[in-house]
Design a protein around this ligand. Structure first.
Ligand SMILES: [Fe+2]
Length: 138
């Protein structure tokens, strides 16, 4: 594909919690579907469907994490929840951008920075912080 490297569950983003890793892997597949659609310059309507599927997968995953943190009284729940809210806002912005301007190179850059790369950083920093706390409880 050339333009974008696809996301995958490598060692730097593996938590060792099977439930979480499985969901992260599914999310990466959804991100990759968006990148493939961008590379193929799909129609706006088709792109919106792919973004909706990604959004549903993200929401399901974030609520799984939040439920686990809440149920186990994780002390860093509030900042983590705030990060999730920011991520959902990024997705809203991507969908609005797509509706407004269609599938553009600017959209591709936004998706890379505010979805794919953002989420990699989120796993490496914030998710990894709950691993020692949650790993024996899931
Ligand atoms: Fe998270």
């Amino acid at each position: 594909m050339g333009l974008y490297k696809l996301y995958k569950l490598d060692i730097s983003v593996t938590t060792g919690i099977a439930l979480i890793d499985g969901q992260h892997n599914e999310l990466f597949e959804n991100f990759n579907n968006v990148f493939k659609a961008l590379a193929l310059a799909k129609e706006t309507q088709e792109m919106l469907l792919i973004l909706e599927a990604m959004d549903a997968c993200v929401k399901h995953h974030l609520s799984t994490e939040e439920d686990l943190m809440l149920k186990n009284n994780y002390s860093k729940y509030a900042p983590h929840k705030n990060a999730h809210i920011r991520f959902l806002e990024n997705i809203v912005a991507i969908k609005e951008q797509t509706k407004r301007n269609g599938v553009t190179s600017n959209l591709a850059q936004m998706v890379k920075e505010t979805i794919g790369d953002w989420f990699l950083d989120h796993i490496r920093i914030m998710d990894m912080q709950y691993v020692p706390f949650l790993k024996d409880k899931v």
